[in-house]
Design a protein around this ligand. Structure first.
Ligand SMILES: Cc1ncc(COP(=O)(O)O)c(C=O)c1O
Length: 404
């Protein structure tokens, strides 16, 4: 074990010496461990995990996840394209999202994916008509808004009435579905939010779907699949974790004697702690009584601190005994471009490294080229080797779709 840790450390310092910062460094073994954890849960019902591609759509990462038997959950034609490109079979892809365009829907229909989960009633007419015009029948699901609070951050809660996600029960006339010959209603879905630690809220929302499907059965409307969404939390600064053994037990109880196929859509849980964003200190300056570090990464490479006010865990390469309180900022011309404020760490110097941890989910996937910064390199290591899985944008890439 000790040997493994030393080898890993050696590999990381080799990588840091070889590549120019900033870059995302993934550990494939961490991803595999998270997958194994979910695959080894003792769930007594038919189920499958679908990775939420939005958490990290890198082809190499998708391919790793696919090879371990997961499906893919996508929310755009782009994600569908990437899921197919990375090797997922269409029958193992589901399409969610509150704003699917006609292009998204046509693409998903012609690929005959496992299910398109609708969140607007108008989607059904379009899917039905287009499917019939192509001689197809498309499997659909309906995303229910159960009006259940995930007890998570307000900005990432999605299961409450008044929000844009899903449909509330009083809006749906299930009897009317039989008139659509181009669609087949197979699924009820939901997703009440992200970073959920309180498994009771998840179980409560699952039970809503189960009892809805049970009630529909009494009216001869047969639902084959219940899609419970994702949301398993990976908190940045707390040892609090979701209690999977209680979740598993409560869920097994709730599904006793039921024959629904169950889908889960975890994103963050699989990849969050597999990645470090490695950056270098460009400058250190004083402003009033503040000590400010300017790094070579910014909100363009890691948006979550500016968007959600999260405070990423960090590691610094300095081993100075002197502790200093800093604000850590990026170089973007935006006053929100801070990665951390008032953090006390060993005194650092220009040219040293800062690693932002837990950046694997919604890190590179939310990155942009704002301020025309080329998107960084992505590297994946495992215990034997490392390789580039996305090259850095070139300056030409920044212009490639523009016409003068
Ligand atoms: C419908 C749906 N499923 C799954 C997920 C994945 O959530 P998480 O990454 O928290 O597991 C999301 C995230 O936004 C979502 O909207």
């Amino acid at each position: 074990m000790m040997n493994m840790i030393i080898l890993r450390k050696k590999m990381i310092s080799k990588i840091i010496n070889e590549f120019t910062t900033p870059f995302y460094l993934y550990d494939e073994n961490v991803i595999e461990k998270k997958i194994q954890f979910l695959n080894n849960l003792d769930l007594n019902f038919s189920h499958k995990f679908y990775f939420a591609v939005k958490a990290n759509p890198n082809l190499a990462i998708l391919n790793t996840i696919k090879r371990h038997g997961f499906g893919a959950e996508v929310v755009s034609a782009g994600e569908l394209f990437k899921a197919l490109r990375s090797g997922f079979d269409p029958s193992n892809i589901i399409f969610d999202g509150p704003g699917k365009t006609e292009f998204d829907l046509k693409y998903a229909i012609t690929q005959q994916i496992r299910s398109i989960n609708i969140e607007n009633l108008d989607e059904i007419d379009f899917i039905n008509d287009y499917s019939i015009s192509k001689g197809l029948v498309t499997n659909i699901g309906i995303r229910i808004n159960p009006n259940i609070d995930g007890y998570t951050m307000e900005k990432i809660t999605t299961g409450k009435t008044g929000g844009k996600f899903g449909l509330s029960l009083d809006q749906i006339n299930f009897e009317s579905f039989s008139k659509f010959k181009g669609v087949n209603l197979t699924t009820l879905s939901e997703h009440i939010g992200s970073q959920i630690i309180d498994h009771h809220q998840l179980i409560k929302s699952y039970k809503e779907l189960i009892s809805l499907a049970d009630n529909l059965k009494k009216n001869n409307i047969l639902i084959e699949t219940l899609d419970f969404g994702g949301g398993f939390g990976v908190l940045d600064h707390s040892d609090k974790k979701m209690n999977f053994s209680e979740w598993e037990k409560d869920l097994n109880d709730a599904l006793k004697k039921k024959s629904y196929k169950i889908i889960f859509e975890p994103g963050r849980f699989i990849v969050a702690d597999s990645c470090e964003l490695i950056s270098k200190i460009l400058y250190i300056k004083k402003s009033g009584d503040k000590n400010i570090i300017i790094t070579d990464c910014s909100l363009s490479e890691y948006l979550r601190p500016a968007l959600y006010n999260i405070e990423p865990p960090i590691e610094v390469s300095s081993n100075s005994k002197k502790q200093i309180t800093y604000d850590i900022a990026g170089g973007i011309c935006e006053s929100t471009d801070y990665l951390l404020k008032d953090v006390t760490i060993p005194e650092v110097k220009k040219g040293e490294y800062i690693k932002f941890l837990n950046v694997g989910a919604y890190g590179s996937s939310m990155s942009s080229t704002y301020n025309s910064r080329p998107r960084p390199l992505e590297i994946m290591m495992n215990k034997n080797e490392y390789r580039v899985i996305r090259s850095r944008d070139t300056l030409e890439d920044l212009c490639k779709n523009e016409i003068m």
